[in-house]
Write a protein that binds this ligand. Structure first.
Ligand SMILES: Cc1cc2nc3c(=O)[nH]c(=O)nc-3n(C[C@H](O)[C@H](O)[C@H](O)COP(=O)(O)O)c2cc1C
Length: 217
């Protein structure tokens, strides 16, 4: 698969099969993802890969925390977000809702509980950064995530970036014995798509270039 195929066909997977991801395959994906650019090549990321039963154990802890605190997926904004951005988010939710309902669930429950269960993926990359890095360096982590999802696609794996976990990082640090000086930025679920799950039929739309590109020539 070339890079454009990966870019054009990748999508977030929200139902994985139980099939395990071999450690060697995960290692290859991480190796390729680590070619991502970063400011002055600091590579300010640290990845905890959680596999198999350990991943399930972690999710049990997260779902318990979710039932206690109910922090849900959202934009996490400090100020109101302009309507056109919120409209894109709503459009995405509206597209996914009937598919999730076909699976006997509702959008909010499926996305929130599903995110903390990594949608059943057998592997999850928890991506941390040392607390000494300023917010600017999270751009580098974003670049890593972009590389990671594309490298995974090229190696035949489906992914879903999952940011909700960052709100539950105290539990994750405690569960995995990770020092408080490390911040969990995002996670990426990896595995094989459940082809029979309706939610995986969803393909998210994109804004027209005219909406976000200004040409100056
Ligand atoms: C930073 C970030 C955080 C995300 N967090 C979640 C999440 O917590 N749960 C989830 O189901 N999807 C999450 N996603 C996936 C997005 O919803 C998805 O990328 C977007 O709707 C576009 O769809 P696509 O990836 O299929 O192209 C996240 C994506 C990014 C980049």
């Amino acid at each position: 698969m070339d890079v454009l195929d990966a870019i054009r066909t990748r999508r977030s997977c929200r139902a994985f099969t139980d099939d395990p991801v071999a450690k060697e395959l995960a290692e290859q994906v991480l190796q390729d993802a680590s070619r991502a650019p970063s400011a002055i090549n600091m590579q300010p990321w640290e990845i905890h890969m959680v596999l198999g039963e350990e991943r399930k154990r972690l999710s049990r802890r997260l779902l318990k925390a979710f039932n206690e605190r109910r922090v849900t997926c959202g934009p996490g904004a400090e100020r109101p977000i302009p309507e056109r951005f919120m409209a894109r988010s709503r459009q995405c939710a509206e597209g996914m809702t009937p598919l999730i309902e076909r699976m006997g669930s509702d959008f909010k429950t499926y996305i929130n509980e599903g995110s903390l269960n990594f949608y059943g993926a057998p592997a999850v990359a928890l991506i941390f950064a040392d607390g000494s890095f300023p917010p600017d360096r999270m751009i580098d982590v974003g670049a890593l995530v972009g590389y990671l999802v594309l490298a995974a696609a090229a190696h035949g794996l489906a992914t879903c970036p999952i940011g909700l976990v960052a709100w539950y990082q105290d539990e994750i640090r405690d569960h995995l014995n990770i020092p408080e000086s490390k911040n969990l930025i995002i996670s990426v679920a990896l595995g094989f798509p459940d082809q029979g799950a309706a939610v995986n039929e969803f393909r998210s739309p994109r804004a027209n270039l005219k909406e976000f590109v200004r040409w100056i020539d």
